[in-house]
Ligand binder design. Sequence first.
Ligand SMILES: C[S@@+](CC[C@H](N)C(=O)[O-])C[C@H]1O[C@@H](n2cnc3c(N)ncnc32)[C@H](O)[C@@H]1O
Length: 268
Amino acid sequence: MTAAAPTWDPAQYLRHAGHRARPFTDLLARVPDLPGDRPRIADLGCGPGNVTALLAERWPGARITGYDNSAEMLDKAHVEHEGPTPGGGSLDFSHADVRTWTPGEPYDLIVSNATLQWVPDHVERFGAWVEGLRPGGTFAFQVPGNFDAPSHRLMRDLAPRYGLTDTLRHDDAVLAPRDYLARLADLGCTTDVWETTYVHLLTGEDPVLDWVKGTGLRPVLTALADDPEARDALLAEYREALRAAYPPGAHGTPFPFRRIFAVARKEA
Ligand SMILES: C[S@@+](CC[C@H](N)C(=O)[O-])C[C@H]1O[C@@H](n2cnc3c(N)ncnc32)[C@H](O)[C@@H]1O
């Protein structure tokens, strides 16, 4: 069975919202001042909009649009976060496919958090996005770099046994940090690329399974949506394997998670 676009579950995704937002705040901390007084900002793959809203804290007067192609995520974002912001800016959300999205006006910042791994060949879009920045504007993104971690290796090993041969794309999901750096520097940007491995301390029962049910496992859950028996059997096997790979400690379950960051500033 091959991959269809996964369906998203905002409530499941937001169960680990605090841990998931941390890389976004670390990314924003490295974004330099933006050229416009009331910056125009795009958030590509904005999900339920909770991290998009953090942009308004850093740039209170900004006009910010979050783009996503999941109706479920956009509904949540519209209800929870759309409208004028306290600093005189605005926050809105719009349907767009990041594979084809092109800036329709000059942007001060194009940002993307934990999304580009879902977009094949995303580096091929970098040229159009940098071109759509104002001089001195920034393109910044964060992607997971954990496809060799047990959480992902185990799901990759299990999936074919349930007929899911082409459901998980991991090998080519993201580039090595040095390759991102080279691509962005080739576009004439001043580029800052780094990686961090967070050790999230998770609580509750089977917390790693609970985490991946909100993200990496979405393609599997989507593909088996009409076959609950197979889905439950896969989940039972996967749960056992995750328990062995991520045993709980005295303070919770440590979950190491590598992430890759890039901040590219267009020449002023
Ligand atoms: C892991 S979530 C990240 C959400 C948010 N950026 C955050 O940091 O919490 C990935 C998001 O990317 C969106 N996405 C995946 N592929 C996309 C595409 N081709 N076009 C637009 N959005 C996409 C999904 O719908 C989902 O909301």
